[in-house]
Design a protein. Structure first.
Length: 235
């Protein structure tokens, strides 16, 4: 290869092959055979679960957090990514308590949809990242932004060297837990009330694997008509 003037890499039935553009020089295998490129979402049941999970995020994100989904995907080539939702840029950095509950509910939308469709004992470990983000968001809002029951800035941990109150963390965690319970209830009520919308998104995702903004909007329009989002009803 080093002595050749140029080497062209080409696919020979999924083999990386070096082709030296000199007459009389045979092509030779450059690497071991590679598997055919495919998505890892081959099992129909896995695809359905990913579709349910992401549909829950779309429904709760659009209806409760006021976000617009730019793409929802239930079929990927990444081993550790079953699906995802891409959102538009959040145009308002302002977070009130009501908005906070809506955003927490949106993070729990995938979990809520899985629970509704598959049952409480069949929710998957794919919800782990969502639960972590929701927990972190709730704790940060209560401890550091003034949305908690007190106006104190709390330290991360009783042993933290940084400034902040360290003796009220039990109260903070109790309040954050209450917010998450409220968001959980809101997410569940929303996906149950919007079951036809969830089912329609799941069907499209199972069929196409990925939906862009126009396809998502078409599903919302077909199921909900001209109604954009419901009033946010807190527990």
């Amino acid at each position: 290869v080093r002595e050749a003037g140029a080497v062209d890499l080409d696919w020979d039935g999924r083999r990386a092959v070096a082709r030296v553009p000199d007459e009389g020089v045979a092509s030779f295998l450059l690497r071991w055979p590679l598997p055919a490129k495919r998505t890892h979402t081959e099992d129909p049941e896995d695809l359905r679960r990913y579709a349910v999970h992401e549909a829950g995020h779309v429904v709760c994100g659009e209806l409760l957090a006021g976000r617009k989904a730019l793409q929802v995907c239930a079929r990927t080539s990444q081993e550790r990514t079953g699906g995802f939702v891409l959102w538009d840029r959040d145009t308002s950095p302002v977070i009130t308590r009501q908005r906070a509950i809506g955003r927490l509910a949106a993070l729990l939308g995938g979990w809520a949809a899985e629970r509704m469709i598959f049952g409480a004992d069949a929710v998957s470990t794919g919800c782990q990242g969502d639960l972590q983000m929701a927990s972190n968001m709730a704790l940060d809002l209560v401890k550091e932004t003034g949305l908690g029951n007190d106006r104190l800035f709390h330290a991360e941990h009783p042993e933290s060297p940084g400034p902040g109150f360290r003796t009220r963390l039990a109260d903070v965690e109790a309040q954050a837990s209450a917010w998450l319970a409220e968001a959980e209830s809101l997410a569940l009520r929303t996906v149950e009330a919007e079951r036809p919308l969830v089912d329609a998104l799941v069907a499209k995702l199972q069929q196409q694997g990925s939906l862009g903004p126009d396809a998502i909007a078409a599903v919302f329009l077909a199921v909900r008509g001209g109604e954009v989002r419901p009033a946010l009803q807190l527990a």
